[in-house]
Design a protein around this ligand. Sequence first.
Ligand SMILES: [Mg+2]
Length: 388
Amino acid sequence: MKIVNVTPLVLGTPWRNLTFVKVETDEGITGLGEARALNRTQTLLGYLTEVVPRYVLGHDPFDIERLVRRMYREDFGRAGEVVMTGIALMEIACWDIIGQALGQPVYRLLGGAMRDKIKAYGNGWYTVERTPEEFHAAARRAVAKGYQALKFDPFGGGFYELERTEKQRIISLVEAVRDAVGPEVEILIEMHGRFNPVTAVEIARELAPFKPSWLEEPVPPENLGALKKVADAIAPLGMPIATGERLHTPYEYRELFELQAADIIQPDITHFGGLMSVKKLAAWADAYYMLVAPHNVGGPVSTAAALHLAACTPNFKIQEHFNDFDEPYVKESAPGVPEVVDGHFALPNGPGLGVTLNEALIQEHPQQQIHFNLFADDWHKRRAALTE
Ligand SMILES: [Mg+2]
């Protein structure tokens, strides 16, 4: 079997552009991939224009390791976010093709079912004013959808330090969410790499009474020694550190593992070279007794890929999901993903990824010229600024 055509399609939404790829073979099987390239969609498309003829066209989709190795190494320069996203798009589509060719869901080809349902956490549910009342009401609405775990970033556009008034406001927001969801629902605190170590530790101490299930990306992603400093300081609070969505290669994770600077790793399958790369990373993490909670800010194809990995990965913890809190057309752009019921996804469908693309709907929502800036005021409302 050979890949004969690769077509990118971009679905525009108010705060994210989702890049789908349709990978066609000479045997009539078409595989799908998808990624959200944050503020760099056009860069990703440019990368694909350059490398698809070089590596992908004519390749046998069953030979995934060779395709990934060639795309990673044979351009010589170091691979980062854009390259690892482009590789992931092709890799995920190859698994979709293989699964269809063999009549099996992808998770059955990557180790088989480890569990019979997949715990989800909701994100993107707090697109409201930053007041305790509005966060309280939004959290109630999210748990009414069945979610038993919710993630949020209550920190506004904060960076490195916070004013005292902001600290008080943040504490009141987290207190309101805990009050809204009760003691049994998990709350996950997202810091988006905002803080210097001492501020992150101070906030963690203030928030500890509300029992967050993890503290995510407390410091920016470049200095893992600084992360280790935070992890050591908050370990006595019993608060795990989660991180990793902005580490894009196993070589970047090496330092994290050696330092043991986190408890939960969050590789993004779509920014990490795809399913098999993350599956291998998970096995490595297991040697450090670390859990895996893949980052997923994607649409339905990314979510389907994440569910296949979740189904078959022993040290999987929980799956991120935005699409119950966004425009309905996002889910409709590729039907086939199980719904979250009582806080869990059923195992994903097959064969392959088990999703199909609604190209007509995607064409109705073209790419948006947007800048989604996590350091702007009110970014959490997810109405990105339009740029010219
Ligand atoms: Mg995050």
